[in-house]
Design a protein around this ligand. Structure first.
Ligand code: NAD
Length: 267
């Protein structure tokens, strides 16, 4: 099966080129990045020091829609939306890793799932997918007796906050407790904030250096606290998971799925 990578010159895109090459049964069919990039025309293999793969980096997905069965997109929300429209029109499957989509953009993504198969996850690592299951259990067991805070840290180049993974963790916890994250989330605190309200879920964001991605969800009671932490030290975890999702998506005709589906963890 042939895979196309969009955002191929980026941090995740380059790691994805290597992950596709290492995955049995998959080959790189296309590589796309932003118009105006000085890397357009370069061979995708040479971007990752692997020698020529015979796949040139192009600046328009429409030129390569026939060169891949499934596309993997790790770009920015505006580009992802254009790629969803192109894949929907051409009947191509799509794995989306881009974070920071607005509610309207997510609604359009879900509508596209009526026509094509899409995998959309804020985090493609197996470890984080497992943590989401553990968080659901922890929230149900500890219930409304604890204060819940989500703390995340990423590298200085990250452009959205809190991270998509932190929000996904908050959504799992809120849903397990029957809360609406939109009304109970508190993003950072400063000044005279008043005492903490039990029903809130707090988010703290750190941006520093080259941190790949760290998330802790704290369930704090009087006298004890439980913390569930995930630390990524390499982007290869995300890339391997996204490539695994691309292979799994080949068996789906339409619908919107996430890593819980890919790993068979859906209840
Ligand atoms: P990056 O800036 O290194 O790479 C993004 C790439 O997209 C760049 O090469 C950029 O030129 C390209 N791009 C921008 N506009 C484009 C367009 N119109 N057409 C084609 N390419 C375009 O960023 P990154 O660290 O690789 O992260 C990319 C996205 O993936 C972010 O949203 C990040 O939060 C997300 N991410 C998700 C996961 C996950 O597991 N879901 C893991 C890591 C990062």
């Amino acid at each position: 099966m042939k895979v196309g990578i969009i955002g191929a010159a980026g941090r995740m895109g380059r790691t994805l080129i290597e992950a596709v090459q290492a995955f049995d049964g998959l080959t790189l069919g296309a590589a796309v990045d932003v118009p105006g990039s000085s890397l357009i025309g370069a061979d995708a293999g040479e971007l990752v020091g692997q020698g020529k793969l015979g796949v040139a980096l192009v600046d328009n997905i429409n030129a390569v829609l026939n060169d891949a069965d499934v596309f993997i997109d790790f770009t920015i929300p505006e580009a992802t939306m254009a790629n969803i429209r192109a894949c929907r029109a051409a009947g191509r499957r799509l794995v989306i890793g881009t974070t920071g989509l607005s509610d309207d953009q997510k609604a359009e993504l879900h509508a596209a799932g009526g026509d094509i198969a899409i995998c959309f996850a804020a985090n493609y690592s197996v470890g984080v997918t497992l943590c989401l299951k553990l968080l659901d259990t922890a929230a149900k067991v500890l219930g409304d007796e604890v204060d819940i805070e989500v703390i995340e840290a990423h590298h200085r180049h990250k452009i959205d906050a809190p991270s998509g993974t932190a929000l996904a963790m908050g959504e799992v916890v809120a849903s397990a407790l029957g809360r609406d994250l939109k009304t109970c989330a508190v993003y950072g605190r400063e000044g005279r904030t008043g005492a903490r309200e039990r029903q809130t879920i707090g988010f703290e964001t750190i941006r520093a250096g080259d941190i790949v991605g760290e998330h802790t969800v704290m369930f704090a009671a009087d006298g004890e606290r439980v913390e569930i932490t995930h630390k990524a030290t390499s982007r290869m975890n995300f890339a391997r998971g996204a490539v695994r999702a691309a292979a799994w998506l080949a068996g789906q005709d339409r619908g919107v799925f996430d890593m819980q589906d890919v790993l068979g963890l859906r209840d």
